[in-house]
Design a protein around this ligand. Structure first.
Ligand SMILES: Nc1ncnc2c1ncn2[C@@H]1O[C@H](COP(=O)(O)OP(=O)(O)OP(=O)(O)O)[C@@H](O)[C@H]1O
Ligand SMILES: [Mg+2]
Length: 255
């Protein structure tokens, strides 16, 4: 893993930084508007650090739509999602709009600003859920974090905002250093679908065969999967608070 470096904004047009800002290849046509946008966002430096990598540089995350790095803005460190040149999205503005809706109910990293190719938001310093579970085995702490995730999903269901990628959420659930969980990436979210955040996240946390499911089962006890399916079926049909609370009771029965 390459070491972490802080590059002043004026140097970002140089390689190898330019090709990460403009991933996977920087051309003057792509680079020029991006440099202007970074200026408008008042970004003074970009920090290449984190557990993922883009070419030779460390980054916080790399997906199909964006590369996420740390940006310095007025002495604060924020997360900057940079749209990949080869992504099939028009811009990051739609994602920003849905993130703001999530923020209104206390979900997601706090939105800061958006331009065509960049989304600036609160930096979540911590772990992906799988890494977090590998080092946090206290059942009460794990129950608190999982309850918080389920409550956030309940609130998203309540406003009809479907995240869209919570049934395979290894990259979309982060837990910060104070054990507060965050749902990230509202890029495939929608208000047009039937919101199924609670059922999707339950599938990811309790019903699959992934490492995450296995670890959770060891810490909080095995689920009675048949009963869980029944409660989720009921929740899908009624989507009321009582059924949601029955679900929580059932899931954490052994903690
Ligand atoms: N606000 C944030 N603070 C810290 N890390 C973040 C933040 N937002 C995203 N990340 C990291 O960057 C990774 C990629 O972000 P994101 O999922 O938004 O990109 P993406 O291109 O849409 O990815 P995918 O194609 O997998 O959906 C995340 O998995 C996470 O590790
Ligand atoms: Mg995405």
């Amino acid at each position: 893993m390459s070491k972490s470096v802080i590059i002043p904004a004026v140097q970002l047009e140089e390689e190898p930084y330019a090709s990460v800002i403009c991933y996977p290849r920087a051309t003057p046509k792509e680079m020029h508007p991006r440099i202007e946008e970074l200026k408008n966002l008042e970004i003074t430096a970009v920090e290449f650090s984190g557990k993922s990598s883009a070419f030779t540089l460390s980054v916080l995350g790399k997906g199909y739509v964006g590369i996420v790095v740390v940006a310095h803005v007025r002495n604060t460190r924020l997360a900057l999602k940079m749209q990949r040149v080869d992504s099939d999205r028009e811009n990051l503005e739609h994602e920003a709009e849905l993130l703001v809706r999530a923020n209104n109910i206390g979900v997601g990293p706090q939105f800061v600003a958006v331009t065509k190719h960049f989304l600036l938001m609160q930096l979540i310093e911590g772990y992906l859920i799988e890494e977090w579970l590998a080092t946090h085995r206290d059942r009460v702490v794990v129950r608190t974090v999982l309850t918080n995730i389920l409550e956030q999903c309940w609130r998203l269901d309540e406003i009809g905002l479907d995240h869209g990628e919570l049934c395979k959420a290894p990259k979309h659930l982060l837990v910060d250093k104070t054990n507060v969980p965050y749902i990230v990436d509202f890029e495939t979210a929608s208000t047009q679908r039937n919101a199924s955040n609670v059922t999707s996240v339950c599938q990811f946390l309790f019903q699959g065969n992934s490492e995450v499911c296995k670890t959770i089962a060891v810490i909080i006890g095995e689920q009675n999967r048949k009963e869980l399916v029944e409660i989720l079926k009921k929740y899908r049909k009624n989507r009321d608070r009582q059924t949601f609370e029955d679900l929580l009771k059932h899931v954490f029965l052994r903690v």
